[in-house]
Design a protein around this ligand. Structure first.
Ligand code: ADP
Length: 248
């Protein structure tokens, strides 16, 4: 498990650590591979058809498409929430369908997930929301504290550490959920419509955080239907349409 040196408790130390994790492998080793993946839900709903996709370590990719096109399903396959009906899903060199129990949990620790609806715990402060997963994973109290401050600084919420979610704006709540997703410095970040509930200003702030993380080596996959945001960011885009992928 990566460890900070005691003095290195800055935002930069979080990002540098991420870069060390990734250095030397950027854009050569695949982080995500889908091979002939089809997903049909138990009720017969066909969500994805024969998908092939490769995302290399350090890439930033947009999955753009209308509601119901299959974007969430694709991300769920990556973090093992759903299994493919056919084909293989490889994440960080692991075949996700073959991962169960502890091995799947370990893989998920290497994935930071951000949702449209934040999924914060209302009775817990910002700091508690960000750190409870680390505590559950057995990080020492000292290590948790060492990670908290630079992570909150990175998302611009250091001054809100003791606030509760209902004291924050939507944009701030989403930034808390990003802090929670990245506090363990995962090399892969999946964001499912992270700006779906935000105005353009807040959406742009959120995207800048993802771009910063990417610039320090994290692989980032963001689903969205926001054309304007995609255009402004200038990253590769794959269009999802009726369960199929189209390169732009
Ligand atoms: P998007 O994220 O682009 O809105 P989804 O991946 O959520 O699309 O959905 C793709 C298709 O799969 C839709 O037709 C949807 O109704 C269906 N679907 C999604 N989740 C389930 C589920 N749990 N059970 C059955 N069908 C589902």
């Amino acid at each position: 498990m990566p460890v900070f040196t005691p003095k290195e408790t800055t935002e930069k130390s979080v990002l540098l650590q991420l870069r060390e994790t990734q250095e030397g492998s950027k854009s050569t080793v695949p982080m995500v591979q889908l091979r002939s993946v089809t997903k049909t839900y138990n009720n017969g709903s066909q969500a994805l058809f024969d998908l092939n996709l490769e995302v290399k370590q350090g890439d930033f990719l947009f999955l753009r498409g209308p509601s119901g096109s299959g974007k969430s399903t694709l991300l769920k396959l990556l973090y093992g929430e759903e299994l493919p009906t056919q084909g293989e899903v490889i994440v960080d060199e692991c075949n996700v369908a073959r991962m169960k129990g502890d091995r799947l949990s370990l893989l998920r620790r290497r994935i930071g997930i951000v949702f449209q609806d934040y999924k914060l715990i209302p009775q817990r402060t910002v700091a508690e929301n960000v750190t409870f997963v680390l505590q559950a994973q057995g990080y020492t109290r000292k290590e948790v504290q060492r990670r908290l401050e630079p992570t909150l600084k990175l998302v611009g919420l250091l001054s809100k550490a003791d606030c509760f979610p209902d004291q924050l704006s939507g944009g701030e709540q989403q930034r808390v959920s990003i802090a929670r997703a990245i506090v363990a410095t995962p090399p892969l970040i999946l964001a499912d419509e992270p700006t779906g509930n935000l105005d353009f200003e807040n959406s742009w702030q959120v995207m800048q955080i993802f771009q910063k993380l990417n610039s320090f080596g994290a692989t980032v996959i963001v689903t969205t239907h926001d054309e304007q945001l995609v255009r402004r960011c200038n990253h590769p885009v794959v269009q999802v349409c009726n369960g199929r992928l189209y390169r732009k």
